[in-house]
Design a protein around this ligand. Structure first.
Ligand code: ARG
Length: 484
């Protein structure tokens, strides 16, 4: 583009066979239009006047110097006009790009991808201004293994913990609802001593009966010295603990209550995939399980709290109301291999049917963190699905290591996490997909991943690959919130 702004290219005139230009420079007003063809004094009697040829291959002998001047002026004008057109096109292209890519000017925030722009002051103020209320949906989160409640400040573009002073469960329920939980599952909120924070969100109790987020203001002090820890659902508890003995491939048969979040997903009376319970209404599974014709919720039946497949054949299972696949799921790379299923009727939680905790942002899993996988998948590569639920312990494998040339050679994307034994022998396999990869940390079980893919099963240097749940948590809450 810059080259069009340089000096105009040299112009060579070839007057040998040049046709009459269609828009010749106008002669000066009053000048005779055909000075070469008419005699200075017009004839007094009609006389033959040669016609003006429309295709004249030769010009009158001496080209007048005025025409050369007009021609070069015309060319200069054309060049300047061309440059101006190119500049205008470039500016127009920039604006089209800017408004397609980023609908809002820098000081504004776009409502989803609606093209509607809002100033930061209208975000998280308790008043829904965006067409779909996006300005109020992502203002709270739970952070780290202690479920520390944090509120987003759009003005400083950062998250603050909430000071426990004057906090109560009514506020906790509002925050949980805003994350997509139902008040029916509300567990508790309590203060946890923490002095590591410099700034807090504090409640202005004199503000009257207004929205929670309008009552919060940022403050450098917190009298109680405690921040709010919030549990929106009693998740991550198992009535039977995993015995660390070590079929899945190379695993053991599970007992009831050991993996109470594990569900079996059936199509036409056959186990197809696994899944994990996160609320009475919602399950997490893999996007590749619900691809194509399997994206129809009516195809599926969900079984919870049952260990053996043959037992499920006599039960009716739960119907599925809605399936949401991650919009960025990629069939080939298995990028974002996660999906949500919403049940028509809620599960009732028992000793053997319970939710697992979604990982909060800011959770630190160790590079070799011990995790467990469970499922009714094949017990060896090419085998048929298992009748009983199996489980096995698998350590996480660091992404950089799993991407080594001799392992998965760069195929492990940030939305994936590897787990297994590089020596082989233990692994998930066909039929385990969508099921849980969990870890026990701070006394609760966390959903670290969903079974996604692997080369063969339990092959040396080809560990299992799982969807990296931590990066999906936000997407999950957003969708639960939008489809309550
Ligand atoms: N894609 C498989 C399924 O649909 C899961 C494969 C897991 N493979 C592995 N080697 N870990 O069930």
């Amino acid at each position: 583009m810059t080259s069009t702004l340089g000096p105009p290219p040299p112009y060579y005139e070839n007057r040998g066979f040049q046709p009459e230009p269609p828009y010749a420079a106008r002669p000066a007003a009053g000048a005779h239009p055909y000075p070469q063809l008419f005699p200075t004094n017009p004839p007094s009697v009609p006389s033959y006047v040669p016609r003006v040829a429309t295709h004249q291959s030769t010009r009158p002998a001496a080209p007048p110097p005025r025409r050369t001047c007009a021609a070069s002026l015309r060319k200069t004008i054309i060049i300047i006009l061309s440059i101006l057109i190119v500049i205008c096109c470039a500016i127009a292209a920039f604006f089209i790009w800017y408004f397609v890519e980023n609908n809002c000017l820098s000081s504004l925030i776009e409502c989803g991808s609606s093209g509607v722009c809002m100033p930061p002051s209208q975000w998280c103020d308790g008043v829904s201004d965006c067409p779909n209320g996006e300005d109020e949906t992502r203002c709270v989160r739970l952070f780290g293994p202690n479920f520390i409640l944090q509120v987003y400040s759009p003005v400083s573009k950062s998250w603050y913990p909430v000071c426990q002073d004057d906090w109560n469960d009514d506020y906790g329920k509002i925050a949980c609802k805003d994350m997509g939980y139902s008040v029916d599952t509300y567990f508790y909120s309590r203060g946890v001593p923490d002095v590591s924070f410099k700034s807090y969100m504090k409640l202005n109790t004199s503000a009257g009966n207004i929205d929670l987020y309008k009552k919060l203001y940022s403050s450098g002090s917190c009298a109680s010295g405690s921040v709010v820890s919030l549990r929106c659902i009693e998740c991550g508890l198992a009535s039977k603990s995993a015995s660390i003995m070590n079929r899945i491939v190379g695993g053991s048969g599970a007992v009831l209550g050991q993996w109470p979040w594990q569900v079996s997903l059936h199509v036409q009376g056959t186990h197809v995939c696994g899944g994990s319970i996160i609320t009475p209404h919602w399950l997490v599974t893999a996007a590749h399980c619900v691809e194509g014709r399997l994206s129809d919720p009516h195809s599926w039946r969900v079984y919870a709290g049952i260990l053996n497949q043959d037992e499920m054949l006599f039960r009716s299972g739960y119907k599925v109301q809605l399936i949401i696949s991650h919009p960025d799921y990629d069939t080939d790379s298995k990028d974002n291999d996660v999906a949500l299923m919403k049940l028509e009727t809620p599960l009732s939680f028992t000793e053997n049917v319970r939710p697992v905790c979604l990982p909060n942002p800011g959770m630190m899993f160790q590079p070799n963190q011990q995790c467990w996988i469970s499922g009714w998948g094949a017990e060896y590569q090419g085998g048929k699905t298992s009748n009983n639920l199996n489980y096995v312990a698998v350590p996480l494998i660091e992404r950089s290591r799993c991407n080594a040339v001799y392992i998965y050679n760069g195929m492990i994307l940030p939305t994936m996490i590897c787990a297994g034994d590089l020596a082989g022998g233990i692994d998930s396999c066909q039929g385990d997909s969508g099921g849980p990869l969990v870890t026990h940390h701070h006394s609760v079980w966390w959903l670290v991943g969903d079974t996604s893919w692997g080369t063969g099963c339990a092959t040396p240097n080809k560990p299992g690959v799982y969807g990296n749940m931590t990066v999906f948590t936000d997407w999950i809450y957003k969708n639960m919130q939008a489809n309550r």
